[in-house]
Design a protein around this ligand. Structure first.
Ligand code: UD1
Ligand code: UDP
Length: 385
């Protein structure tokens, strides 16, 4: 039976995802939408990330209806784009959704929106309006999200700043401020970690360094524009920071071969640096709770950490998350070795500065984003069906 014959006149929504952050940020929305019996919801994964996506969906108990299996080791942007566009075009042609939902700025999100556009199916875009206004940073994400904004019919901006970016680009219809659904996801896993004693015991036994007197630094880095000298500088800085005898550093290393090669060549065999495999989202939430501070080039981690009161040092030269810097929850340190060391030492040594950052208010929302978005979708039903 083809998908389009499975349902009658109820609204059909196709949710497209492919990478870890899309899965985390769409999972709570999928679950709220699935509670609504008026909708037929299908979830399609390009599988741009093969293993990391499953680490998320299992936690939120989400089943993928359509797997596209595109991931290759060390894939190029052209690999992802070309493989995904043909397959997504066919999926949309067959299922004939009333609405396609994409999230963020990955190549999966861009190609998902493009494939829907080719079928003239309206697109709703979560996390719309983030901009650095530097087309090469982050690369290719800045271009991806700008392309999506041109095609989408509904724009869910996380903050007033991202809303204003869209308005200033003359994208004025159906633009809403909703917060970021990552906070909905994080509050779910955070509660799960707090209330599940056997899980806490298991994770504590698996990562005994979380109980050390030393301050725990949680590090993540994977961005394409940091591959090469940027990541090398980050590793050199981290190696220097590890010379302090009051810190432990934990680094769940992204599976990208370009990342792993550099990280393992600089940071292996240092007794207070723990290089570990990517954590499932619950274990990552546990680690974030145990951390004293966070060093990261990840977008999602910048948004999450302040909800748990953890200051963030951003390992990037530009940020589309200026609200975090303005709110005082994050510092943009760049990728120069000396600056990363300087900013980290300040936070480790100056309790006043640390406390100010730890207590600043997270600008990305309070966990009600998915309900807000579903209410908007409901209000649009008559024009979508
Ligand atoms: C992608 C997104 C980036 C997002 C990031 C989140 C693009 C162009 N990039 O970058 O915006 O911030 O995901 O993590 O959309 N790999 C595995 N298993 C996995 C996942 C990845 O082995 O589960 C390896 C593969 O060798 C793959 C490589 O990592 O080829 C790179 O994956 P890719 O999605 O191209 O790049 P990311 O850096 O993950
Ligand atoms: N994350 C995770 N396990 C890890 C590292 C990160 O579950 O080992 C989560 C993190 O909490 C955040 C998301 O993955 O929600 C960020 O994904 P990533 O850094 O891959 O992408 P970005 O946010 O930079 O697009």
């Amino acid at each position: 039976m083809i998908l389009s014959e499975m349902v009658g006149a109820i609204m059909k929504i196709l949710i497209i995802l492919g990478t870890r952050p899309e899965a985390i940020k769409l999972a709570p929305l999928i679950n709220v939408l699935k509670n609504n019996t008026n909708y037929d919801i299908k979830v399609c994964s390009t599988d741009q990330h093969k293993e990391m996506i499953l680490q998320v969906l299992n936690i939120f108990d989400i089943k993928i209806d359509i797997h596209l299996n595109i991931m290759k080791v060390n894939q190029t942007l052209a690999d992802i784009t070309s493989l995904a566009v043909t397959k997504l075009y066919d999926v949309i042609g067959e299922y004939k959704p009333n609405l396609v939902i994409v999230q963020g700025d990955t190549t999966t999100a861009f190609v998902g929106a493009l494939s829907a556009f080719y079928h003239k199916v309206p697109v709703a875009h979560l996390e719309a309006g983030l901009r650095t206004y530097n087309i090469f940073s982050p690369f290719p994400e800045e271009a991806n999200r700008k392309f999506i904004s041109q095609i989408a019919s509904y724009h869910f901006a996380p903050t007033e700043k991202s809303y204003n970016n869209l308005i200033n680009e003359q994208i004025k219809e159906n633009v809403y401020i909703t917060g970021n659904s990552v906070i909905d996801a994080l509050l779910y896993t955070s509660k799960y970690v707090e209330t599940n004693k056997s899980l806490l015991d298991k994770l504590s036994a698996e990562y005994p360094f979380v109980h050390s007197e030393k301050k725990l630094i949680l590090l993540t880095s994977h961005r394409r524009e940091n591959h090469g000298s940027g990541l090398e500088n980050i590793c050199k800085a981290v190696k220097e920071i590890a010379c302090r005898d009051d810190v432990n550093i934990v680094f769940p290393v992204h599976p990208n071969p370009n990342v792993r090669k550099t990280v393992y060549s600089y940071l292996s065999d240092i007794n207070n640096i723990f290089l570990i495999e990517p954590l499932d989202y619950i274990s990552f939430t546990f680690m974030l709770k145990k951390a004293y501070l966070v060093l990261t080039d990840s977008g999602g981690v910048q948004e999450e950490a302040p909800t748990l009161g953890k200051p963030v040092i951003v390992l990037r030269d530009t940020t589309e998350r200026e609200e975090a810097v303005a709110a005082g929850t994050a510092i943009l340190a760049g990728t120069e070795c000396d600056n990363i060391i300087k900013e980290t030492n300040i936070l480790l040594d100056n309790k006043n500065i640390y406390d100010k950052m730890a207590n600043a208010v997270n600008p990305y929302g309070t966990g009600d984003t998915c309900n807000i978005i579903v209410d908007i979708i409901k209000s649009k039903e008559s024009s979508l069906c």
